[in-house]
Design a protein around this ligand. Sequence first.
Ligand code: NAD
Length: 290
Amino acid sequence: MGTYAVTGSASGMGAAVVERLVADGHRVIGVDIKGADVTADLSTAHGRREAAAAVLELAGGVLDGAVLAAGLGPAPGKDRPRLIVEVNYRGVVELLDAWRPALARAERAKVVVFSSNSTTTVPAVPRGVVRSLLADDTEKALRTLRRLGRLGPTFAYAASKVAVSHWVRRNAVTLDWAGAGIRLNALAPGAILTPLLEQQLSTPAEAKRIRAFPVPIGGFGDPAHLAAWVVFMLSDAADFLCGSVVFVDGGSDAWFRATDWPRPVPARRVPGYVRRMAQFRSYKKAVRKG
Ligand code: NAD
């Protein structure tokens, strides 16, 4: 039985994951702003540091896995874009940076980060915001988001999830992560009936927009089903899963971009592909050296 850290453990999909893991006999250290083993506000740097340290102490320095589910939806509000990027992006990468050595100690640890199908179904997400987040320049990202006015929270949400997905894919295949035996992946749900979605559905205009959104299979997703995906991604069956973003969204992503992906490497990208082949030789050598 393992020890798992779960952020956003007090509600929705995080709570459903905790329920499953505990039922399977694992030890779970929940992190949330209230009602958790570790109470911390992940929208502040101080809160993130405190949460990271408290989990490491409770886990005794070894983590078999982590689930990063804490997140805020794109509700309106002047300060909302800041809260969204602080929790949804910084609240993932800072905790994972701090927990990485503890995950490496477990040898075959698994990490599941909550992304979203907003990454591919929200059009015109400003790329500069994603780039600034990945470059750890939150203030620059927020300056751009402020200029977008009313659309700020929607773009902050989608950009935070694009950035966190890119962060996962970039890091998953490095010496620090795959090289250390840690499987790092993301799950991208569509609309799942949790308190986050219920809050959005409580505004009539927003509810109309959400219900009109294309979901080929129909309806909303069930948090317990998403928790089952997470538990699968934490299991031995996921030993060969690395750097993937798994979409569980009733078909919305496929509806909008059926032929966008998988996309073969275009001819103009062949030099980059050859460079990556060469880089892999040094990666393999370094893994062998330990
Ligand atoms: P939820 O609101 O039920 O749960 C989110 C949890 O995050 C809550 O317990 C909340 O207290 C916690 N949280 C928020 N701000 C925090 C802070 N500052 N510090 C600490 N904890 C904080 O939402 P959910 O729908 O279960 O969402 C889980 C994850 O899935 C989120 O990352 C969300 O963005 C993502 N997601 C949700 C949906 C959906 O339709 N519900 C779709 C795609 C992705």
